[in-house]
Write a protein that binds this ligand. Structure first.
Ligand code: FA5
Ligand code: MG
Length: 383
């Protein structure tokens, strides 16, 4: 079949610059179901929860800093690797650059994996405070809060010179203003009854860096990353010597907390029982689950190939066959055979539709296809 091991079962054809231009490139790892999501623009459908939360965040910034933030929500998700990585100082050997993590159209072109891809170009256009909202794409694990296509809102604000006297002072002021702003945003969205905590983090483009987590459904859920922008990004993009802060919000995660949406796949359903529960401007809706259908668990065990194995490739294979019927993929056992020096993994795949009951037959078919691709494309030895 000539399938690149590293890239799993990717098709080799992808439209890039609009509907008429097709390109094929051996590095392309964009699968059909991912490709089909481009242009869905959930963040621009007024009655969709992602758009509702976007508007609520806009309202917060308009109230706090009237007329200051410029809002962009229609930047194309196909960007250069340079914009996605180099311009935000992602090191050449950083894991996020791997085709295990990022969807590549060719070696120089990716589906943006974060809205930070637009930081540098927007600064170069002369913007000094802006919000960039868009769909982002990542090869990632599968569970209730991870989906390969999701939405982020990037916020950047360059400080006024009058706010600080030297670089160190500017960093302090930026950190403080950033944290105050995001805490006020959380209070604006969720009220003060919500439990939040700051966690130290690392991003190549900020220093210091933080993540904000919210306690939701019995767990700490990471909702955003942020920090004081690296000086170099400002210096080479028309803001020499200035100070700025930046954040990247996960809009699905925020919407899950606000509307009590238990599973990230629901954002993609067209089931009226979901969509009719949300209306533009209504921030107090709480999702009422329609009857929960039973999950079906399937375990799959295999010896890892000597050529290497990554969980993201497994997840991509499962999504390729199951689409949104897969709820989670969890490693439940791993051991290395002492004599053979080979490692075996056992994964539990949970299948569940949010809209209907599944039949044994359709799940068995999907599972057979998954097993087939695992051995044919990922070269594992099924047990
Ligand atoms: C970033 O993407 C940084 N660009 C954020 C940033 C911007 C930091 C500006 C500093 C300055 P991270 O990979 O942590 O960071 O993702 C940001 C948020 O996106 C996460 O906190 C989470 O809310 C959301 N997110 C990440 N992966 C997924 C996923 N697979 N599905 C749904 N939401 C996700
Ligand atoms: Mg993170």
């Amino acid at each position: 079949k000539g399938v690149n091991l590293l890239l799993g079962n990717a098709p080799r054809l992808c439209r890039i610059h609009g509907p008429d231009v097709l390109t094929s490139h051996p590095f392309n790892n964009v699968t059909e179901n991912i490709f089909a999501k481009i242009g869905a623009n959930l963040h621009r459908r007024p009655d969709h929860p992602i758009c509702i939360i976007k508007e609520a965040i806009y309202a917060f910034f308009d109230e706090r800093h009237p007329g200051v933030f410029n809002k962009l929500d229609d930047l194309y998700p196909v960007v250069t690797a340079k914009a996605n990585f180099d311009e935000v100082l992602v090191p050449a050997d950083h894991v996020s650059r791997s085709p295990n993590d990022t969807y590549y159209i060719d070696t120089d072109t990716v589906l943006r994996c974060h809205t930070s891809a637009h930081q540098a170009e927007t600064l170069r256009k002369g913007e000094r405070a802006f919000l960039v909202t868009g769909d982002v794409y990542r090869r990632d694990s599968i569970d209730q809060s991870h989906y390969p296509v999701f939405h982020q809102m990037e916020g950047v604000k360059v400080l006024d010179r009058s706010q600080y006297s030297d670089a160190a002072g500017g960093t302090k002021v930026a950190e403080q203003e950033l944290k105050e702003t995001l805490e006020a945003l959380a209070a604006h969205l969720f009220g003060t009854g919500i439990e939040c905590r700051w966690v130290d983090a690392y991003f190549p483009f900020t220093d210091p860096s933080f993540e904000l987590e919210i306690f939701f459904n019995g767990e700490w859920l990471e909702v955003l990353g942020c920090g004081v922008m690296e000086q170099q990004i400002l210096d080479v993009n028309g803001c020499a010597g200035e100070k700025a802060w930046a954040f990247g919000l996960g809009l699905e995660r925020l919407a899950m907390v606000l509307f009590a949406i238990p599973d990230i796949r629901l954002f993609w359903t067209s089931d009226k029982r979901f969509t009719k529960q949300f209306k533009a401007g209504q921030l107090n809706a709480k999702f009422k689950p329609y009857s929960k259908y039973p999950p079906c668990f399937k375990d799959v065990s295999f010896w890892l190939p000597e050529t290497g194995f990554t969980e993201n490739n497994l997840c991509e294979v499962v999504r390729g066959h199951a689409g949104d019927l897969v709820e989670s993929v969890v490693l439940i056992d791993s051991f290395t055979h002492p004599k053979k020096q080979r490692t075996s993994h056992c994964y539990r795949i949970s299948y569940r539709s949010m809209d209907r009951s599944l039949t044994d037959e359709e799940i068995n078919d999907i599972q057979d296809n998954v097993r087939g691709s695992l051995s044919d494309d990922l070269k594992v030895e099924l047990r």
